[in-house]
Design a protein around this ligand. Structure first.
Ligand code: PMP
Length: 438
């Protein structure tokens, strides 16, 4: 249950210099009771660590690398654009092209502003919703993660959930009391909260498909209810599509589900692996942002030419042919990703049945999450009841055999256009072997 000697040595040094040895908590592998490997390089579906071991990767930098690692269209673009300068702090044409692409692909976004991370996007969208409605309260759902801004680090998922400390120290109670938390997929709890406090609520923020406490899907009608109830009470609906946006289709979950949120947040895929976020929505709301309106929001590196160009190159590739399939087999990247997802799901279900492993498997397109439990997964409390010891053994067994899954049972897995059916079949072979041993 350990990584190679060079990774171990470097992690020992890292721990002396960086808190916990990492720059983002979930990377530390604490939830699987171990230490991380360090990456030397990555290409396509593969990562190579500094000890020379290679892995098939199912994380893709936690979502951004939808074409696989270091896709030539993105790396060539970065090289070319960098020759003309890497940051200006003056408007550049790529920003306008990015805004045009986002507003064309996502019809609910009439206007959009770029940021440098998903956290900045959700934080800014919340401020904007409060400024627009002149109300303070926001509603979020237990286990949904929206980045690490103060308002949103309440009952959060992802790394915060992993360590069993959903509320961070350093967030004033006075501040957190403006964040109301509800169980997900519970229409009665939502309705009664709005009946009691609806006139004071600025916004509901929701992960379009919650994917930071496992991967949980909305019950039929639930997303419609969020739309109707916010409209009725004059609150805004903020769709956090940082993970799902541009991954599950050109218009993300809102496109799949036919929902028109007031504001949407993006990140990950739109940056092509560089640090990017965005938020957009109704023009009348967005126009409240400075310099037009009173809601302040800014960023030295926002709209950075390298990040915009890298993201645009990635999006164009996605909208065109899937990287590896012929046009006849796959009219666009999203269809190809779904083909791969379907292939993986079919094989995985058959394998788990054959081995008699209690499980639930949620998959949409290229996102998946396997739960080692046979209870229905409705919200975070179901997710927390799965067999964690079993997951740990599974994780380390797979890692040893060169399959890199998220080092936490609460994270979602990602496929990329660089994965092939052969990669997936090899992975299922390893799963079978590891499950046979546990
Ligand atoms: N929202 C969601 C749904 C996310 O999954 C994440 C990150 N995993 C964020 C917001 C925060 O994004 P970032 O890490 O880029 O700040």
């Amino acid at each position: 249950m350990s990584v190679g000697p060079l990774s171990q040595k470097l992690f020992a040094t890292a721990k002396e210099l960086i808190p916990g040895g990492v720059n983002s908590p979930v990377r530390a592998f604490r939830n699987v009771g171990g230490e991380p490997f360090f990456v030397r390089r990555a290409k396509g579906s593969r990562i190579e660590d500094i000890d020379g071991k290679t892995y098939i990767d199912y994380i893709g930098s936690w979502g951004p690398n939808i074409l696989g690692h270091a896709p030539t269209v993105v790396t060539n673009t970065i090289h070319e654009v960098a020759k003309n300068g890497v940051s200006f702090g003056i408007p550049n044409p790529f920003e306008v092209e990015m805004a045009r692409t986002i507003t064309e692909w996502v019809p609910s976004c009439e206007k959009v502003r770029m940021t440098n991370s998903g956290t900045e996007s959700t934080m800014s969208a919340i401020r904007l919703a409060r400024g627009f409605t002149k109300r303070d309260l926001i509603v979020k759902f237990d286990g949904c993660y929206h980045g690490h801004s103060d308002s949103l680090l309440v009952a959060a998922g992802s790394g915060a959930l992993t360590y069993g400390e959903p509320d961070s120290a350093g967030v004033p109670a006075d501040f957190a009391k403006n964040t109301l938390v509800l169980p997900y997929n519970d229409p009665e709890a939502l309705t009664s909260l709005f009946e009691e406090k609806g006139e004071l609520i600025a916004a509901i923020i929701v992960e379009s498909y919650p994917a930071n406490a496992g991967f949980v899907l909305p019950r039929p009608g639930y997303l419609d209810l969020l739309t109707r109830i916010t409209k009725k009470f004059g609150a805004l609906l903020i769709f956090d599509e940082v993970m799902t946006g541009f991954r599950l289709g050109k218009a993300g979950v809102q496109g799949l589900e036919g929902i028109t949120p007031d504001l949407s947040c993006f990140g990950k895929v739109i940056g092509g692996g560089l640090p990017v976020g965005a938020f957009g929505g109704r023009a009348d709301v967005m126009d409240l942002l400075a310099p037009l309106g009173p809601v302040y929001q800014a960023g030295t590196l926002s709209g950075n030419p390298l990040a915009m160009a890298a993201g645009l190159a990635q999006l164009k590739q996605l909208a065109g042919n899937g990287a590896l399939a012929s046009a006849a087999e796959s009219p666009n990247g999203y269809d190809r990703l779904d083909q791969l997802g379907q292939h993986f799901e079919t094989g995985l279900r058959a394998l788990l049945e054959e081995k008699g492993v209690p499980h639930r498997l949620n998959r949409v397109g290229s996102m998946f999450c396997l739960f080692f439990t046979d209870r229905e997964i409705v919200n975070v409390s179901d997710v927390m009841k799965q067999d964690l010891e079993f997951f740990k053994k599974f994780f380390w067994g797979c890692l040893e055999k060169g399959i890199y899954l998220a080092p936490s049972p609460y994270e979602t897995g990602f496929l990329s256009l660089a994965h092939t059916e052969a990669d997936l079949d090899d992975t299922l072979g390893v799963f079978g072997e590891v499950l046979g041993r546990i």
